[in-house]
Design a protein around this ligand. Structure first.
Ligand code: ZN
Length: 416
């Protein structure tokens, strides 16, 4: 089971749902699992075609606004005189309001996602290097934007505004992709001669003109990771080149392991993040251990065992009573009822400021807000709860760093 936190009645319209952290995790998983990300140019063309389907609607917005203004200024009239340029627009507004614009947004997102939005930014990051940091940031933002499965429909009376903003955002994304294709340099062609340093059984390769200090930090990290891995029974993963790169994936990633090519990358400039980088490097080599040295479904079974413990602990979560209150992003909600629906326990909530509407959340989601539910469950970290692979890699990292509970050490040692 994967924790879901996408429920967020307080979020702004047309913004993809879910937290930033989750988005980059999604990107992480995607990068790891996808074999080929395809050609960014093909995606760009397909996305431009989709956007063009909405261009007429976009260009009509100023006229729609004039129509709305006319309606406000002429409350006693139904339509402008026939022949007036606003006649058709007001007719349309009387019939549908701005709702049409609001309604089309989730579909538009789905189409853009489908056409390539869900892949193109990741393809760019994987295939090309960027020296322009701001451009790179924009590409990462694009990847984050499409990391979600859908967007919410805005309120009808905000339809025009949100539609306009969103359309322009899509246009900016297309420009970013275009620019990235033009300016990106294929990996491996970044120039300069690669220097190498041994780090125990590994070789650290400087691919991008890193300083001696950066190389030294990398060697220290890898040496330390090697010692810890060997001590805890994972010595088999210590071999091969480790490439030092400016970036290895989405922002803040310290390391990345490619299951396709069995290659390890780490970011330069990790001196001040030594401990967290050490964790990440061991975590990534944990993936190598699983993919190269474990057979069958052992990590799945391991995950299921901990998941079951988690479910049992969550069955004891209390059912909130009617009238109980909880806060989410500054909005206070009140419990209407808590019911078992035949499949799960659902809590119905309403806002206390008199806003209409009732929200339904699973009991676990409710206690995520009250703080009674540990988002990690019985897993060693919240990220470990994501799936069998992340769980295994997290367990290996915590095992090596001495922070894995004995109970889980036993589970792990039974399979390695
Ligand atoms: Zn991982």
């Amino acid at each position: 089971m994967t924790p879901r936190t996408s429920w967020s009645p307080g979020s702004s319209p047309a913004t993809p749902r879910g937290s930033r952290v989750q988005a980059s995790r999604v990107v992480a998983r995607y990068l790891r699992e996808a074999r080929s990300y395809g050609d960014p140019k093909v995606y760009l063309e397909a996305m431009a075609r989709v956007l063009n389907l909405y261009r007429n609607d976009y260009e009509k917005i100023p006229l729609m606004r004039q129509g709305i203004r006319w309606m406000n200024e002429n409350p006693e009239m139904v339509y402008p005189p026939p022949g007036d340029k606003l006649f058709e627009v007001v007719k349309e507004l009387r019939r549908y309001g701005q709702g049409m614009y609001a309604v089309s947004l989730p579909r538009m997102y789905a189409r853009m996602h489908e056409a390539g939005g869900g892949k193109v930014f990741l393809a760019l990051l994987q295939q090309l290097s960027f020296t322009d940091k701001r451009l790179r940031k924009r590409i990462e933002k694009g990847g984050e934007f499409y990391g979600r499965t859908r967007v919410q429909k805005p309120k009808s009376d905000q339809g025009l505004d949100v539609f306009q903003k969103t359309f322009e955002q899509y246009e900016a994304q297309l420009k970013t992709i275009q620019e990235a294709i033009a300016k990106g340099v294929p990996h491996g062609a970044e120039g300069g001669e690669a220097t190498k340093l041994p780090a125990g059984p590994f070789t650290v390769v400087n691919t991008g003109g890193f300083s001696d200090e950066d190389m030294e930090t990398a060697v220290k990290l890898v040496t330390k990771a090697t010692a810890l891995l060997k001590q805890h029974g994972y010595g088999k993963v210590c071999y091969g080149d480790i490439y030092l790169r400016n970036t290895v994936g989405p922002p803040r990633w310290a390391a990345f392991y490619s299951t396709d090519k069995d290659e390890m990358f780490i970011r330069g400039n990790l001196k001040r993040k030594f401990d967290s980088a050490l964790h990440t490097i061991i975590h990534e080599l944990g993936h190598r251990y699983e993919y190269r040295f474990l057979k069958g479904n052992v990590t799945r079974d391991l995950y299921r065992a901990i998941d079951r413990q988690t479910e049992m602990s969550e069955e004891k979560l209390p059912w909130p009573k009617s009238g109980e209150r909880v806060m989410q992003k500054g909005v206070v909600f009140e419990v209407v009822t808590t019911e078992y629906t035949g499949r799960s326990v659902q809590v119905k909530l309403k806002m206390t400021d008199g806003s209409p509407g009732v929200y339904k959340v699973p009991l676990q989601g409710y206690h995520q807000l009250t703080g009674k539910r540990n988002p990690a469950g019985k897993f060693v970290s919240q990220y470990a709860r994501k799936d069998q692979h992340e769980n295994f890699a997290e367990m290996v990292a915590h095992h090596c760093l001495g922070t894995l509970p004995q109970e889980q050490v036993d589970l792990l040692e039974a399979i390695i």
